[in-house]
Design a protein around this ligand. Structure first.
Ligand SMILES: [Zn+2]
Length: 462
């Protein structure tokens, strides 16, 4: 299956046959989160998209090394720490955990390695030493270290810009910079901020430097695929390339970028409110359904978010899930997943998930016909092929990761709370108020909040 995978490369702006550097192996570096707030669905889309890539490469026979970093030191983290009045590292750990939980709920496989920036300061200092030694970077003496953009042979090819067209950075202060477009590899320590010692003074790393150093540490000088969201192309990825190529490294062979989740046509941002945070949305849909929704668009297509579209995706998913369950009932077992040729062909075309889903819909149509006709061998084939497809998409309802949230946890909980409420109503009817109160208190102790309204009793989890 591996022979014909084609991928779009942002650097060449073309779809081309994927050729790994080493036969049978693929190294992928994906820019991970800056952990300074709970993830919203825009943040986790790249996790889902690149997880599908990883699963497809693995299913195609490749041994995949998948690196996704954690940016745990950054201006935004320091601001948040000041705002929440807790240490910067506590902010980073709190939100790193929130991301880990969101990825898990969405069945995004844990990366092979998940390096934190602050754990790789040594490698960053080594890279700066190399860049200063070969004249690509300079330390002006104030504790900062800058990359000299005029020294670069090629720069801005990924974003297709020219250096001359580049606006000067907002701080066009040339006290220390040789050129306003030079960017900081390292930032001198400010009083009270965390810092690490270097030969040029204490400070902390710039975001771009972190990714160059970590990608190199885990994947070597040249590796297969570097990924991230579209918004990272400039300046982040351009600057990663500038640093790494100046170090003499080949760096990434292929650049892949996922499109955004938009709201009213705009890139989803924190300011759009908390309602689109992953843990909020997971109160109304299951993780497997949110994953299905996020993964069902082509990774290079914008997804305009709406609750109606999410609901529609959930309904579509439940139909497929329903078919698999009916098939399992009549067959007496769940068939193992297999990859159909139609699905494989679609995925090999730059991960054309929408086409792959059309293939799944057609398999399900045939499967339903076979169910009605009692044609069990055909039911088995359809169920196996659908399961194979759902596995790649990370949405197999029989995947143990979904076992606890499978077949609507909420329905079960709803039933149990309703039962308890019936018992409370019965106790009240017979004027046994002590028993009624005891039931209410026990429910409350479990974290379920009961609210008596004119429309009846409602409950929620506190
Ligand atoms: Zn990065």
């Amino acid at each position: 299956m591996s022979a014909h995978l084609k991928l779009y490369n942002t650097a060449t702006r073309q779809v081309a046959d994927f050729q790994p550097l080493k036969p049978g192996q693929v190294g992928i570096y994906l820019c991970g989160a800056t952990v300074q707030a709970p993830p919203h669905i825009g943040h986790v889309r790249s996790g889902v998209n690149f997880d599908i890539l990883r699963r497809w490469l693995t299913a195609s026979g490749f041994d995949v090394t998948f690196i996704r970093n954690v940016t745990d030191i950054d201006d935004k983290i320091l601001h948040k720490a000041a705002h929440e009045e807790i240490p910067w590292w506590a902010v980073a750990q709190k939100y790193e955990r929130a991301f880990t939980e969101a990825y898990r709920a969405l069945n995004v496989l844990p990366p092979t390695y998940e390096p934190r920036a602050t754990g790789h300061i040594t490698q960053m200092v080594e890279l700066m030493e190399l860049l200063i030694a070969n004249g690509s970077a300079y330390a002006p003496g104030n504790g900062d270290v800058y990359l000299d953009v005029r020294h670069l042979k090629s720069y801005l090819t990924l974003s297709n810009q020219k250096l001359d067209d580049l606006q000067s950075a907002e701080d066009a202060d040339l006290t220390y910079k040789k050129d306003p477009r030079d960017f900081a590899l390292w930032k001198a320590a400010k009083p009270g901020d965390p810092s690490w010692p270097t030969p040029w003074g204490a400070g902390r790393p710039g975001w771009h430097l972190e990714c160059s150093a970590m990608a190199h540490a885990y994947l070597g000088e040249t590796f297969d695929i570097h990924g991230g969201g579209l918004d990272l192309i400039f300046p982040h990825h351009e600057n990663e390339i500038a640093q790494s190529e100046s170090a003499g490294w080949g760096f990434a062979n292929i650049w892949m970028h996922n499109a955004w989740v938009t709201a009213s046509g705009e890139k989803m941002s924190k300011s759009l409110g908390n309602s689109l945070q992953v843990h909020e949305i997971l109160k109304s849909v299951r993780g497997i359904e949110l994953r299905w929704y996020l993964g069902s668009a082509h990774y290079r297509s914008m997804t305009e978010f709406s609750f109606a579209a999410l609901e529609e995706a959930s309904v579509n998913f439940r139909r497929i899930e329903g078919f698999l369950k009916r098939a399992t009932d009549v067959l007496g077992e769940t068939p193992e997943g297999v990859i159909s040729s139609g699905f494989s062909e679609a995925m090999n075309e730059d991960l054309a998930v929408p086409t792959a889903l059309a293939v799944v819909a057609e398999i399900m149509r045939l499967g339903n016909t076979a169910l009605s006709a009692g044609d069990l061998p055909s039911v088995r084939v359809a169920a196996a092929e659908i399961r194979g497809a759902l596995n790649i998409l990370g949405c197999d309802p029989f995947d143990p990761i979904f076992a606890t949230s499978n077949s609507s946890n909420t329905d079960v909980l709803d039933g149990l709370v309703a039962l308890a409420l019936e018992q409370r109503a019965a106790a009240r009817d017979r004027k046994d108020f002590a028993a009624a109160d005891a039931i209410r208190d026990q429910i409350a102790a479990l974290g379920v909040v009961i609210e008596d309204t004119s429309a009846g009793t409602r409950w929620s989890i506190s």
